[in-house]
Ligand binder design. Structure first.
Ligand SMILES: Cc1ncc(COP(=O)(O)O)c(C=O)c1O
Length: 387
């Protein structure tokens, strides 16, 4: 008999939507040309590539010429941060601002730059995981070349006061980069409304293929390419264009943004139902993240170490044995037993941070899943605690 399996880790990745697969398929074989070739084969590929770029640009309120395809969120974050930093250094600027709750794909390039003459201000976040615009204001100086802070947090879902941060930074002429990998397709994402100059997005978080993302770069933003080569992507990101993945990415974005309103409402009701069950049944639980200003699909809980002693990884394994896939922190750091840097930055103690679980709902989830998960969590906790 097949075991019932429930996937609740949609922040780590999502399955490819069959409609996306159908859109991509011809570009692996029949329309296979190199988009940079001048002949007919190349032009067919080029048309598809530019159509994909235009669709993505439209979905985020950008011009097609401001969208650059990359290999994913990690590359886009690296490109934005190092690319802007290298360009700014030539103008004598060497100061960067970010926050302690960013994804590793932002934190690591920022740290890396400090080994190369840059000065980094990594701002504290509050108990909800949010940076205070006032702190950004105080941190900006005449050498500041970039503020990078995420739109919504991948671990706890809190949505940042990005518009306010952007307004403050732009008043001082400082460009703003945001990582919108988790927010696109869940809440409205528009580069002008958010007031950002650079924005990272990735396909595999919204039912598109893995290995493709994009960086939005507002016209006029000073940025250097990280790669040198054949001049593709208007010289900013050389390498033969990945047409099938770009086509799939665009289809996934169109679907996710088009269906967002209803789907986000549905996800929030599933998430809220599980939150209510857990609150009722496990009084020792803390709900992480902003209570209302939060992505609709994420529920992150911690077991208070002053009341109960639990290991998140053990909980995760027990859930997995019962067919429930969740995460005990950021998927990108799983395999390591380090407590989540986001939860620590939010003020959780190390033991409580380690005793955390993240549930991330998605398209495959149905109301019955809530019952199944709540019952199993209850049974596991009953077996683990206070023997
Ligand atoms: C907020 C955020 N940024 C960046 C990434 C990395 O994206 P990719 O897997 O496309 O490199 C992730 C994926 O976990 C993420 O959640």
């Amino acid at each position: 008999m097949h075991m019932k399996r429930i996937y609740l880790d949609h922040t780590a990745t999502t399955p490819l939507d069959p409609r996306v697969l159908a859109a991509m398929t011809p570009y692996f074989s029949s329309t296979f040309g190199n988009a940079s070739s001048v002949h007919w084969f190349g032009q067919q590929a080029k048309i598809a590539l530019e159509r994909a770029r235009a669709a993505i640009a439209q979905a985020i309120g950008a011009q097609p010429g401001e969208v650059f395809f990359t290999s994913g969120g990690t590359e886009s974050d690296n490109f934005a941060i190092k690319g802007v930093a290298y360009a700014a250094k030539k103008k004598g600027k060497n100061h960067l601002i970010t926050s302690k709750a960013e994804h590793h794909a932002v934190l690591e390039p920022c740290e890396h730059l400090t080994e190369n003459g840059f000065v980094l201000d990594s701002l504290s976040v509050d108990g909800k995981g949010l940076v205070a615009p006032e702190h950004v204001k105080n941190a900006i100086n005449d050498s500041t070349c970039l503020v990078s802070t995420m739109h919504a947090n991948n671990e706890v879902g809190s949505i940042s006061p990005l518009q306010e941060v952007s307004r403050i930074a732009r008043e001082r002429g400082v460009p703003v980069h945001t990582d919108a990998v988790q927010s696109l397709g869940k809440i409205p994402v528009n580069v002008d409304e958010l007031g950002v100059d650079l924005m990272t997005i990735s396909a595999h978080k919204l039912y598109g293929p893995k290995g493709i993302g994009a960086l939005y770069i507002r016209r006029g933003t000073g940025i250097e390419p990280l790669l040198q080569g054949g001049g593709q992507e208007r010289g900013k990101r050389p390498g033969t264009e990945n047409v099938p993945l770009a086509v799939g990415f665009a289809k996934a974005v169109e679907l996710a943004v088009g269906e967002m309103k209803e789907e986000s409402k549905r996800l929030a009701s599933l998430r809220d139902a599980l939150e209510m069950r857990i609150r009722d049944e496990c009084p020792k639980v803390i709900i992480n993240g902003h209570p209302t200003n939060r992505l609709p699909h994420i529920l992150n809980i911690s077991f208070d170490s002053t009341k109960i002693s639990l290991e998140g990884d053990v909980l995760l394994m027990n859930m997995d044995l019962r067919g429930i896939a969740v995460s005990s922190g950021s998927a990108c750091t799983s395999g390591s037993v380090q407590p989540s840097h986001v939860l620590l930055a939010m003020g959780r103690d190390e033991k409580t941070a380690k005793a955390s679980l993240r549930f991330a709902f998605g398209r495959s989830n149905v109301p019955e899943d809530v019952d199944f998960v709540a019952q199993n969590l209850h049974a596991i906790l009953g077996g683990m605690s206070n023997p």
